[in-house]
Design a binder for this molecule. Structure first.
Ligand SMILES: Nc1ncnc2c1ncn2[C@@H]1O[C@H](COP(=O)(O)OP(=O)(O)OP(=O)(O)O)[C@@H](O)[C@H]1O
Ligand SMILES: [Mg+2]
Length: 264
C-alpha cells in the first residue's frame, strides 16, 4: 500500500503542473429579478503545494467559486480542472455528525474512501494526533469546544487524502486566540503534508498570515481585482509588522472595491 502511495505521489508531481485550474469561469444564478451574474471571467491556477487565499467582501462570490472548484455546482461558462481528483472541503460550520464520536466522524470519511476496516481506527488516531487532538477519539461532538470541532473537521477533511484542500472561512466563528492557534496548526500541517490549499476569507490579516498568494475578488460581479505574492517567511504571526503592513495595503484595495460597488 505504501508503495502504491509513493508511486501515485511521484506520478502526480511529474504530470501535474497545477492542483486546480480555473479558466474563464463565469457563474450566473437566475432568480425572480432575472439572471444575476455572480462570477465574471475568473482565471486562476493553484500550483501543487501552493497556499492561495481568495479574499473579498461578503457576497462577492467566494463560496460560489469554491463550490465550483469542489464540483458541487457547474459554471455557466468556462472550465474547472482538479487533476488530482476530488478536492477535500472544509466549511465555516464543522458539519460533523453529532451522534458520532470525533474518531467515528473521521472513520466515516476513511470508509467512504475505501480504507479497510482494520486500518480505519489507527488512521483516525493518527489524524487526530496531527491536529493535536490525540486522546479525543471517543469524545462526542457536544463535548468539544468550537476550536476542537474545527480540528476534527480538519482531520476529517485530511482523511479524504486529497492533494487539494478547499477551505471556506473555516475559522470565522472562532475567537481570535483560538483562530491564531489554528492558523499555526494549519501552516504546520500544510508544510508537513505538501497539500495545495485554496482558502476563502473576508479577513485580510488572515489571508496574509496564511497564504503564499492572496487573490482579491471584486464584488458584483466577482472578478480577480488584484493579486499579491506574500514573501514573508513562515511561521508568521498575525501581529507581525510585515503582515500588518501588507494587510494595510490590501485593505485599501478591498475598501476601494467595496466603495465602487456601494456596499459597506
Ligand atoms: N444557489 C444560489 N442561488 C441564487 N443565488 C445565489 C446562490 N448561491 C449564491 N448566490 C448569490 O451569489 C452571490 C454570492 O454569494 P456567495 O455565497 O458566493 O458569496 P460569499 O463571497 O461567499 O459571501 P460571504 O463572505 O458572506 O460568505 C450572493 O449574491 C448570493 O445571494
Ligand atoms: Mg461565503
Amino acid at each position: 500500500m505504501a508503495t502504491t502511495f509513493a508511486k501515485a505521489a511521484e506520478g502526480s508531481t511529474r504530470e501535474q503542473s497545477h492542483a486546480a485550474r480555473i479558466e474563464h469561469v463565469s457563474k450566473s444564478f437566475s432568480g425572480p429579478a432575472g439572471s444575476q451574474l455572480v462570477l465574471d471571467d475568473i482565471s486562476l491556477d493553484v500550483a501543487p503545494g501552493e497556499f492561495v487565499t481568495i479574499l473579498g467582501a461578503s457576497g462577492c462570490g467566494k463560496s460560489t467559486l469554491l463550490n465550483l472548484v469542489a464540483g458541487l455546482d457547474k459554471p455557466s461558462a468556462g472550465s474547472m480542472e482538479t487533476p488530482g481528483g476530488r478536492p477535500a472541503l472544509m466549511f465555516q460550520e464543522h458539519a460533523l455528525f453529532p451522534w458520532l464520536t470525533a474518531g467515528k466522524n473521521i472513520e466515516l470519511a476513511l470508509r467512504l474512501r475505501g480504507v479497510a476496516k482494520a486500518e480505519r481506527r489507527p488512521e483516525a488516531e493518527r489524524l487526530l494526533e496531527l491536529v493535536r487532538l490525540g486522546g479525543s477519539y471517543g469524545k462526542r461532538v457536544h463535548e468539544l469546544s468550537g476550536g476542537m470541532r474545527q480540528r476534527v473537521a480538519l482531520a476529517r477533511a485530511l482523511a479524504q487524502d486529497s492533494r487539494l484542500l478547499l477551505m471556506d472561512e473555516p475559522f470565522a466563528a472562532l475567537d481570535a486566540i483560538t483562530r491564531d492557534v489554528l492558523h499555526g496548526e494549519l501552516t504546520r500541517i500544510w508544510e508537513e503534508t505538501g497539500l495545495s490549499v485554496l482558502f476563502v476569507t473576508h479577513n485580510v490579516r488572515e489571508a496574509v498570515r496564511l497564504a503564499q498568494r492572496v487573490v482579491l475578488l471584486s464584488s458584483r460581479p466577482g472578478r480577480v481585482a488584484k493579486e499579491w505574492t506574500v514573501d514573508i517567511p513562515q511561521p508568521r504571526r498575525i501581529e507581525d509588522a510585515d503582515v500588518a503592513e501588507l494587510s494595510l495595503e490590501i485593505t485599501e484595495h478591498l475598501r476601494g472595491e467595496i466603495r465602487r460597488h456601494g456596499q459597506h
